[in-house]
Design a protein around this ligand. Structure first.
Ligand code: FE
Length: 207
């Protein structure tokens, strides 16, 4: 088992079973209804998710003036777009975007717990909350990125941003070469949550 994940390989199956058991109990005891759960799930499928961040990044790639505003005042630029509920509240506040360039690569982490820009990236993957990832991302980011399959040239500076309740960081990835003819919405489909966390780059579509 890699050091990155301190959990048993069956962790996801175990978590799913535990969630199911909790859900049944909460419904059985009348604390929540199944409608409540459907609403919450629906919210993360349609309102809060990485598709919002992807929309933002694609717009920044095609509109340099928007990009300037977005980097200078991330929540202000987000408010310009027609996102549901304006994207404030529920971990949507105090977001800041940092830009990857050919010489600087950014990585986000929350060393304290799991602060994350939910409204733009959705819920964080389980490894983001892993104490080992949180410690190692700061201590040896280059090595951690290699384990994610991201090999950066030694000359590229890696900056690690520690999110908290005050600032939730995310990454403006580089636009890949070979995407000059793609539309804004086509570009958005290429942008993954991993790229906006800084553990991957955006890949051009295979031609
Ligand atoms: Fe946190």
């Amino acid at each position: 088992m890699s050091e990155r994940f301190n959990y048993e390989p069956e962790r996801e199956t175990y978590s799913a079973a535990r969630v199911k058991a909790l859900e049944s109990l909460l419904i059985e005891k009348g604390i929540i209804s199944s409608d409540t759960l459907d609403k919450v799930l629906d919210f993360f499928e349609t309102d809060f998710g990485p598709f919002n961040g992807a929309k933002l990044v694609a717009k920044a790639w095609v509109d340099p003036e928007f990009k300037t505003r977005l980097l200078a005042d991330t929540p202000g630029a987000i408010a310009e777009l027609d996102f549901p509920r304006g994207m404030t509240g529920a971990e949507g506040e105090y977001m800041e975007l940092v830009e990857n360039t050919p010489t600087v690569h950014n990585l986000i982490v929350c060393t304290l717990c799991s602060c994350y820009p939910w409204s733009m990236l959705g819920l964080p993957p389980y490894w983001y909350k892993d104490p080992t990832f949180r410690a190692r991302a700061v201590r040896e980011p280059r090595k951690v990125l290699q384990e994610f399959g991201l090999e950066l040239d030694e000359s590229v500076e890696i900056r690690v941003w520690d999110s908290s309740a005050q600032i939730r960081w995310f990454v403006l990835p580089e636009r890949p070469a070979g995407t000059e003819n793609l539309s804004e919405s086509e570009l958005a489909t290429l942008i993954t949550p991993e790229a906006m966390m800084g553990v991957a780059k955006v890949e051009a579509p295979a031609s």
